[in-house]
Design a protein around this ligand. Sequence first.
Ligand code: RB5
Length: 150
Amino acid sequence: MNIALASDHAGYDLKAGIARYLAGREIPFEDLGCGPGETVDYPDYAARAAERVQSGGCDRAILCCGTGIGMALAANKFKGLRATPCWTPFTADVSRRHNDSNCLTLGGRTLILDEALAIVRVWLEAPFEGGRHARRLDRIKDFEARNFKP
Ligand code: RB5
């Protein structure tokens, strides 16, 4: 599995810690920025990673901003992205098993590194369960296809 990894300035330290974790476990990843000391706009970095997933160059993405919320909002505008802000190992587990998350978003201002790594570990390993969950995701794909407005 190849991971697209990106952050804004508020998620930079968390991204750096996750990069060390992935490298230590020989999990392939691409660090798409931002760099240290930069102040950037998170949508630009969500876009970089989302495009890598859309093109098939990366299988999944991990995005860090201040809360994980802005990155999720931005990434979910890209067709095929299922970005899920997760704040506990439980939410990470369910995001994979039920939502087939392919983009984990994390908050550098809401999580310490050890908490984030526990979330990453679970999210990397938990499988999608399919079945009724696949049917529900298909409904969401319908919305995407029709640019759904209520
Ligand atoms: C940056 O200051 C901050 O707004 C951003 O990282 C994030 O929290 C947005 O959701």
